[in-house]
Design a protein around this ligand. Structure first.
Ligand code: TYM
Length: 329
């Protein structure tokens, strides 16, 4: 059985990007593989949440995972900070990660630009912590969206470097995974490239019908096509990308044809899109609300996951310590 792992930062509710980029693939894979799914709460500390927010967000994201179909009886679902072994592997991997390569990652450069007053060391070494997350269970496949491609590349680099340094064949190189082959990027509603938690352009699994409608009706559009088969501007491509994943093929074809012959009415398209998004999220939304109120169940799931995950993590750390040369007197 192959080892599959993925994780999500608990910095807000899950949006359609998280679902289609990572969770959906993972849910499909959990049955045929040895699957680990975790809540990356150490990672979320780079933005300095309050203790109350941190805990609340972890609970919320755990409920959302479960509502999406992650099965705690099948997959190992755990909270990152329940595994101190990850912190130890992170420390060890940090010794072979170099300032230059960490400074050059796109996400670090992005953060330096966006939050110049909080460029902490955790942000710099974020890819090392992520490599520790992945390598701690010797994961083979990692279902993620396109935005995580570079982090996965770094994880492969750190795995290879460790093997070379100690002349071992210990870590395998993890592969980013999507069933459609290419990693995907779900766009936002503001005409920008990516739906994100911090971008304020997201459609969340917890959004109710009214909220979805409001967001979609406000989505950016242009003045409309004036020539047959005219090239679509990015904001219209974005709406069709979302339609492709939530609407029936006939519906998408209908509006595409209307676009191409210049008869499209964006208002109608958006109304239909909002309806299709709501039909998709509403069963998940109901489950989230249901699961979130069941504290006892959530705590049972977290305990069970931590226990299973620690077993595998402790084994790796023990072996890594031996390879490095730590010996007890
Ligand atoms: P995070 O929490 O930002 O996002 C979680 C997952 O959702 C995917 N995703 C998207 N996919 C497609 N389109 C989008 N618009 C979109 N937005 C988000 C992300 O690619 C990701 O798969 N560093 C990670 C969390 C993490 C992790 C790991 C993931 C920590 N350690 C180890 C895998 C393995 C992150 O911040 O994801």
């Amino acid at each position: 059985m192959d080892i599959v792992l993925s994780g999500i930062r608990p910095t807000g509710n899950l949006h359609l990007g998280n679902y289609f980029g990572a969770v959906k693939n993972f849910v499909k894979m959990q049955h045929e593989n040895n699957a680990f799914f975790f809540i990356a709460d150490y990672h979320s500390l780079t933005t300095h949440p309050t203790p109350a927010d941190l805990h609340g967000n972890v609970k919320q994201v755990l409920s959302e995972y479960l509502a999406c179909g992650l099965d705690p009886e099948v997959a190992t679902i755990y909270i990152q900070s329940d595994l101190p072994e990850i912190a130890e592997l992170y420390l060890l991997l940090n010794m072979n990660a170099y300032l230059g390569e960490l400074e050059r990652t796109t996400s670090f450069k992005d953060k330096v630009r966006k939050q110049a007053n909080n460029v902490n060391a955790g942000l710099l070494t974020y890819p090392v912590l992520m490599a520790a997350d992945i390598l701690i269970h010797k994961s083979k496949y990692v279902p993620v969206g396109k935005d995580q491609e570079q982090n996965l590349e770094m994880a492969r680099k750190f795995a290879k470097r460790f093997n070379n340094m100690y002349s071992v064949d210990y870590f395998n190189e993890p592969i980013p995974f999507n069933f459609g082959n290419d990693l995907i990027k779900i766009p936002g509603l503001d005409g920008s490239g990516k739906m994100g938690k911090s971008e304020g352009n997201g459609l969340y699994l917890i959004d109710d019908e009214k909220t979805i409608k409001k967001k979609v009706m406000k989505a950016k559009t242009d003045a409309g096509p004036t020539q047959q088969n005219q090239e679509m501007p990015q904001e219209i491509i974005n709406l069709f990308t979302i339609a492709d994943i939530v609407s029936e093929k006939d519906t998408v074809d209908f509006f595409k044809t209307n676009y191409n012959n210049c008869s499209i009415r964006y208002g109608d398209f958006k109304k239909q899109l909002a309806e299709d998004i709501n039909n998709f999220v509403s069963p998940i939304r109901e489950k989230i609300i249901d699961i979130r109120s069941n504290e006892e169940y959530l705590s049972k799931v977290a305990k069970m996951g931590a226990e299973k995950a620690r077993e595998s993590a402790a084994k790796t750390v023990k072996e890594v310590r031996e390879i490095i040369g730590f010996k007890s007197f």
